[in-house]
Write a protein that binds this ligand. Sequence first.
Ligand SMILES: NC(=O)c1ccc[n+]([C@@H]2O[C@H](COP(=O)([O-])OP(=O)(O)OC[C@H]3O[C@@H](n4cnc5c(N)ncnc54)[C@H](OP(=O)(O)O)[C@@H]3O)[C@@H](O)[C@H]2O)c1
Length: 284
Amino acid sequence: MLNNKHIGFIGSGNMGEALISGLIGSGSAKPENIICSDIRQEPLDRLAKTYEIKTTTNNKEVITSSDIIIYAVKPQIIASVLTETAGLLDMSKLVISIAAGVPLAAIESCLDKTLRLIRVMPNVAVSVKEGATAIAAGSHALKEDVDLAMEIFNSVGKCVFLKENNLMDAVTGLSGSGPAYIFLIIDALSDAGVKMGLSRQDSQLLSTQTVLGAAKLVLETKTHPAELKDTVTSPGGTSIAGLHTLEKGGLRTTLIEAVETATQRSVELGKIITDTFNADKKNS
Ligand SMILES: NC(=O)c1ccc[n+]([C@@H]2O[C@H](COP(=O)([O-])OP(=O)(O)OC[C@H]3O[C@@H](n4cnc5c(N)ncnc54)[C@H](OP(=O)(O)O)[C@@H]3O)[C@@H](O)[C@H]2O)c1
């Protein structure tokens, strides 16, 4: 589906490049159908050379050249970039925002026109094509738009479609912030291995590969993680002894509360961003 579409990126930093690399690498989009913009020429020159895509320092050129526009600038400046480009947007184009914490309602009020709009919450692992991404549709987005967005983000990992866009805060608390939780867990397991006498290097590799392997088993076998846990805990064995200690320490409750707290923080930040957008609009 994407192969016939012209895709434009406004902002060509970490996320923009990860997506460009994923789209071209997976064959989902042709380089000649991709254009990206940035405020600096230097990253654009590098992207043009690496991926053979079109580049520009003019955000408006991205809009006029594209069927799908992905806003990949920082949340702090998305309001001004949306305002700068809004005049060229219409219902013929699909508009995607990946700005973390910026609610669809805030974007809709900033653009102040009827558009096919989609909000996406990816995570940092899109840079290694293992991102966990959620997609929510604005009121005028079509089913085909959701399919296009899914195709884009499936090229850099796995994604889910949320029927209720207010669940984006939960996504932010779970998979958006999740890499930080897992980095902490890997680091703690590495420390544990070192405490038990392993070298730091061996311990970190074993911890990291254990997390990756366990995740892959859940995804590839499509088996419930509790069932997999049962298959590796033999009676009176080492794994059940370790699990008992984790349960005693409240790991399960701690993780649930971590996601809950991060979700609440996302709600708070979303309100602050919405208020700022509304104040900017009033002043303009
Ligand atoms: N990175 C993540 O893990 C992650 C996860 C989820 C969501 N996101 C969201 O993805 C978006 C992009 O994040 P990122 O990590 O890719 O940020 P980034 O690396 O800073 O990329 C943004 C790029 O936009 C450029 N830019 C600044 N002002 C611009 C303008 N007016 N017009 C066009 N380009 C402009 C920046 O240039 P300068 O550097 O010179 O300012 C930078 O190259 C953010 O909204 C973020 O919330 C990121």
